[in-house]
Design a protein around this ligand. Structure first.
Ligand code: HEC
Length: 103
């Protein structure tokens, strides 16, 4: 993970985005899962939500650099896999392997 993504991860924790959002289905359930929000919706779309909030999502008053860091972090998470998994095997260990998983 690069420097900017790490900064974004810190902000994600600091502003407790996980209270309302999930990665891989884990987190609060008020807002949508963000695992693949960058692939599915794009950077500009995500940036707009994070910058302005909505009726239900708070506007955190983040500056442009903070919004960019969060979008970079979401881009990093997006590269780690697909949720919900499209093609997967349940291994004898009980682990779930996605098709593009090297295991
Ligand atoms: C109080 C709950 C809450 C918190 C905290 C919150 N969000 Fe949200 N967020 C929402 C809701 C609800 C939506 C869906 C938009 C709506 O219905 O108004 C949303 C939508 C989004 C979207 C668009 C997702 C999509 O698929 O449409 C992104 C991106 C996002 N939030 C990022 C963040 C980030 C980053 C943080 C932390 C800085 C954060 N949110 C904190 C409630 C929250």
């Amino acid at each position: 993970m690069g420097e900017e993504a790490r900064h974004g991860q810190m902000l994600y924790q600091q502003y407790n985005c996980t209270a309302c959002h999930q990665f891989y289905g884990l987190g609060g359930y008020m807002g949508p899962d963000l695992t693949n929000v960058i692939s599915n919706r794009g950077e500009a779309y995500s940036r707009a939500f994070i910058t302005a909030g909505t009726v239900r999502m708070p506007n955190f008053g983040l500056n442009e650099e903070e919004v960019s860091a969060l979008v970079t972090y979401l881009g990093f998470v997006d590269q780690t896999g697909t949720y919900p998994p499209e093609n997967y095997d349940v291994l004898w260990t009980g682990d779930v392997a996605q098709e593009d998983d090297p295991r």
